[in-house]
Design a protein around this ligand. Structure first.
Ligand SMILES: [Zn+2]
Ligand SMILES: [Zn+2]
Length: 356
């Protein structure tokens, strides 16, 4: 199957003589030889296309067959398979010819690191993103503004293809632009775009979660040729917090307390996402109990309601007791009646009942 119009590839009319074919091939093969274009990623494909076109058009029998069959031409002469014909009528061909020119630029990703406090309030951040933008010197065409462009000798500047009308495409020698770059733009070296550190503002709404993507439309790379820029995706990463753990919109904090605070009750300062507050621990609070501060958690994205702050009471047993402290604890414990530890009492009875 011929994926390109061979006459267009060689830049010759359909009635070109065998000598014209040879001349065009020699000139183009020299121009596009990969050894002479080490920096051009397209050169190798161009060279292959030129060689393929020459093989077809330099042989009188092949050329006659190509003239008859157009896109259905096969190099080895086999008839095209039905699926290939179907493909040709479908989208594949259109895609082949859309390859050049109006492509969209690449999308970019940037990871932003946030604290839970940022998530609670929502933040606006300035980020520096290296991205490719249009070269201002050449306005993106890659040519030196001082006479770097030369009208395409094949299409004479029209951008239209030579050759058969079975293939609807652009002039192969200038990609339909009508000119070729003779002198490269000194700023971008014919790339048509330059990389710069772009400073962008990102608005992060409250309540976002790790892995969430924020899209900045059009802030990706511009493409090499004409076409729209890609998008920038800012990916949220929320750092682990030394105090708070997240449970959806709720936030959990463990509050270490002494036995005395749990037994007698106390007013204790606790951290919140916005600062701190004081809470009252009721007397005789069991360790593990959770106190709830309603509406002090995280917001739901795009909503005004907030989750809760859960404060879990944790008993911290004192370390490194000295002799007199141990003595004091023993004396205190001896003074307690068994009924003052009702769970303990019940448990002991349950254990005893299993003795029989
Ligand atoms: Zn042209
Ligand atoms: Zn430039």
């Amino acid at each position: 199957m011929a994926t390109r119009d061979f006459y267009n590839v060689l830049g010759i009319p359909r009635d070109a003589s065998p000598d014209d074919v040879k001349r065009a091939y020699r000139a183009l093969a020299r121009r596009w030889h990969p050894d002479r274009n080490p920096d051009d990623p397209d050169a190798e494909q161009r060279f292959r296309d030129i060689t393929e076109a020459y093989r077809a058009l330099s042989d009188p029998e092949n050329r006659a067959r190509y003239d008859r069959l157009g896109p259905l031409y096969t190099e080895d002469g086999r008839p095209p398979r039905p699926d290939e014909v179907g493909e040709m009528l479908g989208g594949v061909w259109r895609n082949i010819f859309r390859r050049k020119g109006k492509e969209r630029g690449e999308d970019l990703r940037y990871t932003i690191s946030l604290s839970l406090e940022d998530v609670a309030a929502g933040v606006e951040r300035e980020i520096t993103v290296p991205r490719r933008v249009r070269c201002r010197t050449c306005a993106g065409d890659g040519a030196d503004p001082n006479g770097g462009k030369k009208t395409c000798p094949v299409c004479k500047g029209s951008g239209k293809p030579t050759g058969t009308r079975l293939f609807r495409t652009d002039c192969y020698h200038c990609d339909g632009r009508g000119y070729n770059v003779e002198k490269r733009c000194p700023t971008c070296d014919a790339e048509g775009r330059i990389t710069l550190d772009d400073i962008l503002r990102v608005k992060v709404p409250g309540g976002v979660a790790t892995g969430q993507k924020l899209k900045l439309a059009g802030k990706g790379n511009v493409p090499r040729g004409p076409g729209a820029p890609g998008d920038l995706f800012v990916i949220v990463n929320i750092a682990e917090h030394p105090l708070f753990r997240r449970r959806g919109e709720d936030v959990l904090v463990e509050l270490p307390l002494t036995f005395v605070q749990l037994a007698l009750g106390a007013d204790v300062a606790v951290p919140t996402l916005e600062g701190r507050t004081t809470i009252r621990i009721p007397a005789q609070s069991p360790p593990g109990k959770v106190l709830r501060l309603a509406g002090r958690g995280l917001p739901k994205v795009g909503r005004s309601m907030r989750g809760d702050l859960h404060i879990q009471l944790v008993l911290e047993v004192p370390t490194e007791l000295d002799a007199s402290q141990r003595q004091a604890l023993h004396e205190w414990a001896d003074g307690l009646a068994p009924s003052q530890h009702p769970r303990r009492l019940e448990f002991d009875e349950a254990v005893r009942s299993r003795d029989s």
